[in-house]
Design a protein around this ligand. Sequence first.
Ligand code: PHE
Length: 443
Amino acid sequence: MAVERSMAKRPNWSSGFAFIMATLGSAVGLGNIWRFPYVMGQNGGALFLLMYILLTIFICSVPLLCELLLGKQMRRGVIRSYEKINKKFSIFGWLCFATSIFIPCFYFVVGGWTVNYIFIYLFGTIPVNEISQATFDTFAAQPVAPLIMGIIFLFLCAIFPFRGVNKGIEQANNIIMPLFIIMLFFLAVTGLFLDNSIEGLKFMFQPNVENFTFKTVLTALGQALFTLSVGMGCLVTYGSYLKKDSDIIKSSTLLIIGNTIIAVLAGIMIFPAVFSFNLEPSAGAGLVFITLPKVFAALPFGQFFGLMFFVLLFFAALTSGISLLEVSIAAILEKFKISRKIATVIMSSIILIFMVPTTWSFGPLAGYKLFNMTFFEIMDFTASNILLPLNTIILCVVVGWILKPKMELLTNNKKFYDVFTFLLKFIVPPVLILLMLFGLGLV
Ligand code: PHE
């Protein structure tokens, strides 16, 4: 009876659109904007893109569908979903839960940096042409300011799961994602009008066989998994709010296409501008917080474009952040039968505690290293190179060999189902083991 009641209370997405916006919101994040375009340019351009698309279709779509299937079938968060297969498997759910704490610890610090840059461009606290490497370095090295920005970011992410699936998560994504796409188009088209923009497009797209190696393939695979938010139960959790008759193949296809187009557009927004001002392309923090401000300094209406870019980056990080939080919130809410609001407060507080040393990795704790990595780098390395691939391998083995998902939950096409289960059982796990060894520097 108690179980029945909690089943009845489980929220559902109110439309297919809401589900797509939420999953796209999770997928589109810092990974698309500050990593994908650069990695593509560095690793063979159009060849990388082709490889990335093939790997996404034949490898990543399999665990992606698995996560959605698991959620849709069990209608539970990640810990209870595994438990429902076998009590002993709850450990696998806890591993995903741990990953959903590790990632925000560094991801939200960067989210805090975007908040800081929004303030700078909005209020003009530093004149646009004086924003430099030093601006970033001095800010990130302080003990208090970046922590406050990180807390603001965490708070803004937490409001939505706190309010619930429909009133919070769904509404946020329904509004933010379309707005994000419009802004991205606007900035990408504007970038193309700059002098010399063709050089930026060449950097990204020109096929370059020399830069294309076996490592490129594994890099493309790692990028595809991270950017699609596979490997920590985000899609199990979002999938658990699906109605029984929803078509997950259609949604996954839209998700994959949308996410790839957005990553490519992000490159078109960034690189023509970087090249037209003769700047060096780079990845990560250096690209968005140091190189791009130089572009904005040189552009007419630089303050406006700078503000727009950082709001865009903030939106991307925010919708991913919401999905990261929802994994652990949904998991403990069911596991310990507590209210959503209490679960949100508990998870936000735990993440906040871990965010202190990651934030200080750029300042007071910069000198404290383990295996030559700062605390920030350790969290990133452990989550991206160990936990995400490990969770994905476990997912494929458990779903493929033990759960054996019901065909009708996925498709009514027997051939498709056979190909899917073959890839799931025999191809994807060994490929992911290779990826993990690569991530650990063992191949
Ligand atoms: N997909 C997000 C990005 O590209 C990051 C993310 C990873 C979000 C894993 C949720 C889970 O930035």
